[in-house]
Design a binder for this molecule. Structure first.
Ligand code: CA
Ligand code: CA
Ligand code: CA
Ligand code: CA
Length: 399
């Protein structure tokens, strides 16, 4: 479908085989704007624009340090924090299909080479580093190594126009938010403000406001009453903001490049938070008193997950490799021996979701497919035992 639309957009008769994508073809990658949901930005170019007049210089008033987000999911191939080239501090994301996006003159870079980033995830802040005469974002879409005409939301960008970002994607989660011990499916919708959308067992949806479009969601039972509460991690300030009855708990923990996680590490019924550092492949699990336990697991292109895999009340960690759709779950047994279990589940490109689907005390595995917004729940006695069945439920907005 995408290919056919590209050919039509390029004015090329369907049926002609192309050896290289022409510069005016629509990309396969479903790029959205490189700015948070709802923001309006004006782009310009000029004939002498280096390296191509197809590159965009984005501006809006007082834009220094504004957040820059990934236009589509992918793996970071350049994350220059030194500012030793004309691009200053710059980032390149590989989206597959030989297509990339490039972000230049950034003030700060919040990702590392090899790291997997999701659409709408903040990758840095706008700046004026390198060969730049003032704060702006220099942005390129590339195909087969050449700069191509940029597309957002499937429409070719008109230079000089002001466009409002529709980079408003759903992030899948699950937690026990209401009623019985079974986990509910939860969507974090990046918006202004962002919202949590909790699917009740009867299919109705509860909506809770939660932070900014560039915040990262984190859910846990912060007060130990048996039900989860909302929370967010703000990468720019490295602050966790956890909702509790009558207020919220705010504290600083982790680094801007980290992914937040939550779990009951000590098994006392109250959830703690932690972070996962993709560059190091390391979890930092924070105790209630602030002490940190470090656990090595995963490599740069993985995504972190948590759960009580064995049902003893203490939560463990794991990672999901999106390229192979395989979970690696970590567990420490009573003798202190560390076990790793590899469990394939979901499809390549799925996002990981874990939750106790059957309420037996052991966290189960799941996956969410961005193109269809379908949750796939793995039903089994435990996440490491043979799968009995799979339940598929659509929840959230397809991308
Ligand atoms: Ca429940
Ligand atoms: Ca605890
Ligand atoms: Ca456990
Ligand atoms: Ca279970």
């Amino acid at each position: 479908m995408q290919v056919r639309r590209s050919l039509v957009a390029a004015g090329v008769a369907v049926g002609i085989v192309l050896t290289a994508a022409p510069a005016n073809a629509e990309p396969v990658t479903p790029h959205e704007m490189p700015f948070p949901c709802g923001q309006s930005w004006t782009g310009s170019t000029r004939d002498a624009h280096s390296p191509s007049k197809r590159a965009i210089d984005f501006n809006r008033p007082d834009d220094l340090n504004d957040p820059i987000v990934a236009t589509a999911p992918g793996v970071v191939t350049t994350a220059d924090t030194v500012a030793d080239s004309g691009y200053g501090r710059w980032v390149v994301i590989d989206h597959g299909n030989d297509e990339k996006s490039l972000y230049a003159h950034m003030n700060t870079v919040m990702v590392r080479v090899g790291q997997r980033v999701d659409q709408g995830q903040q990758i840095g802040t706008l700046g004026s580093t390198g060969n730049s005469s003032g704060p702006h974002l220099h942005f390129e879409q590339r195909a087969s190594g050449q700069v191509v005409w940029p597309y957002f939301s499937g429409i070719r960008y008109v230079f000089g126009s002001t466009l409002t970002s529709r980079n408003c994607v759903d992030v899948p989660l699950a937690t026990n938010w209401v009623k019985g011990p079974e986990a509910e499916m939860v969507i974090f919708r990046r918006s202004t403000p962002s919202v949590f959308r909790i699917r009740r067992p009867d299919g109705s949806v509860k909506v809770k406001k939660a932070g900014r479009a560039t915040d990262e969601p984190v859910l846990g039972d912060w007060d130990g009453n048996g039900r989860a509460n909302a929370g967010i991690f703000r990468p720019t300030s490295q602050r966790f903001r956890l909702k509790v009855p009558g207020g919220r708990v705010v504290f600083r923990f982790g680094n801007a490049t980290d992914k937040p996680v939550a779990g009951d590490w000590d098994g006392d019924g109250v959830f703690e938070v932690g972070t996962w550092d993709a560059a190091r492949g390391e979890f930092a699990l924070r105790s209630a008193g602030g002490a940190v336990t470090r656990v090595k697991l995963g490599d740069r292109d993985d995504l972190p997950v948590t759960g009580d895999w064995d049902g003893d009340g203490r939560w463990e960690v794991g990672v999901f490799d999106q390229a192979t759709a395989t979970y690696t779950l970590r567990k420490v047994d009573k003798e202190g021996i560390v076990w790793h279990a590899n469990v394939p589940f979901g499809s390549v490109g799925d996002l990981p979701v874990t939750g106790d689907w059957d309420g037996n005390g052991r966290t189960d595995l799941g996956a969410w497919t961005p193109g269809t917004a379908q949750y796939k729940q793995r039903r089994a006695a435990s996440p490491t035992s043979a799968m009995r069945s799979q339940t598929t439920i659509r929840f959230g907005r397809p991308r």
